[in-house]
Write a protein of this length. Sequence first.
Length: 80
Amino acid sequence: MSTAPVTEREGPVVPAGVGLARAMLLHHADALAPRVPLRRWAAVDDQVAMVAVEGCSQGLEQLGAHLARLQAYRIVGASA
């Protein structure tokens, strides 16, 4: 059995029991993506400052429609 990190194994991912917003592999990929983070205004030490923030993980659920053609569902044992 390979001990390589899952990101280096190039195989399918089974997010059993979690939606896209909770799949840590997608959060990892998002962190590695070469993009400019969102900018928002926030109160920092009683001053208004522009801060870089990560995107909302709920936005990952929007990928579902685009990934539907790649999905496969299987019944494992008597789990149905």
